[in-house]
Design a protein around this ligand. Structure first.
Ligand code: C5P
Length: 224
C-alpha cells in the first residue's frame, strides 16, 4: 500500500506549522516539521563552532544529528531534543531561522537530510511541512498544498506567535527578516521555494486557521 502524504510548502509565517499540526492531529497521521531539521543543523553547528560557510562540516553535522521529537502534553507542541537536551525554544528564534536558511542553501546539507525526512513516511500517513516537500522529498504525494500570505500579514502573525511564547519581537525587524529569508529561499540554486506543478495554492492572508484546515481536510477527502 502506498502511504499517503499531504505536503504543505510555502514561505515562513504562512501558517504551515500550526495548520500541519492540526491536520496531522485530526487525521491521526505523523507530522514532519522539516524546517526543524534545518534549524537543528544550524543550532548544532553553532554550538560546535562550525562555520556556516563550511559545507563539508555542515553536511556532517546534518548527517549525524542526534535528535528526538517527543510528543508534548495534551494540546502542547512536540518537544524537540538535541543531544539529549530540550531545544524547542532555542529553535524558534529568528536568528536560528535565519541560520537555518543559510545552511539549507547548501546541497550537501539537503542531501544529508533527505532520507531522514522520507523515513517519516509511516502508516497511516504523514503531513509534511516545509519548502520542498512537494517538489523534492515527496514528489508522488497525492495532495500538495502551497500555502502563502502577504509578507506583512506573515510578519504580524510571527510577532504575535513569538510574543505569545514570551519572546520579544518587533514588527519592522521581523518583516525585513521575512523578506530576506523569502529572497534567499526562493532564489537559491538547490530546491528553491516554489509551488510544485501539481500543487494547489492557498493564499491565507484573509483566511482564519479553521477555514484553512477545513479546506485542506475537504481536499484530502477528495484526493484519497
Ligand atoms: O519552516 P522554518 O521556518 O522552520 O524553516 C527554517 C528554514 O529552513 C527556512 O527558511 C528554509 O530556508 C529552510 N527549509 C528548507 N527546506 C525545508 C524546510 C525548511 O530549506 N523543507
Amino acid at each position: 500500500m502506498v502511504i499517503p502524504v499531504i505536503t504543505l510548502d510555502g514561505p515562513g509565517g504562512a501558517g504551515k506549522g500550526t495548520i500541519s499540526q492540526i491536520i496531522a492531529g485530526k487525521l491521526g497521521w505523523r507530522l514532519l516539521d522539516s524546517g526543524a531539521l534545518y534549524r537543528l543543523t544550524a543550532l548544532a553547528a553553532e554550538r560546535r563552532g562550525v562555520s556556516f560557510d563550511d559545507e563539508v562540516a555542515l553536511s556532517e553535522v546534518a548527517r549525524n544529528l542526534d535528535v528526538a521529537f517527543l510528543p508534548g502534553e495534551e494540546n502542547e507542541p512536540v518537544r524537540v531534543m538535541l543531544e539529549g537536551t530540550e531545544v524547542s525554544k532555542d529553535l524558534r528564534t529568528e536568528t536560528c531561522g535565519n541560520n537555518a536558511s543559510k545552511v539549507a542553501a547548501l546541497n550537501g546539507v539537503r542531501d544529508a537530510l533527505l532520507q531522514r525526512q522520507r523515513d517519516f513516511r509511516e502508516a497511516p500517513g504523514v503531513v509534511a511541512d516545509g519548502r520542498d516537500m512537494g517538489t523534492v522529498v515527496f514528489t508522488d504525494a497525492p495532495l500538495k498544498i502551497y500555502l502563502t500570505a502577504s509578507a506583512e500579514e506573515r510578519a504580524s502573525r510571527r510577532v504575535k506567535q513569538l510574543q505569545g511564547k514570551g519572546i520579544d519581537a518587533k514588527f519592522q525587524a521581523i518583516l525585513s527578516e521575512i523578506q530576506t529569508r523569502d529572497e534567499r529561499d526562493m532564489n537559491r540554486a538547490v530546491a528553491p521555494l516554489k509551488p510544485a506543478d501539481d500543487a494547489i495554492t492557498l493564499d491565507t492572508t484573509n483566511m482564519s486557521i479553521p477555514e484553512v484546515v477545513n479546506h485542506i481536510i475537504e481536499l484530502a477527502g477528495e484526493y484519497s
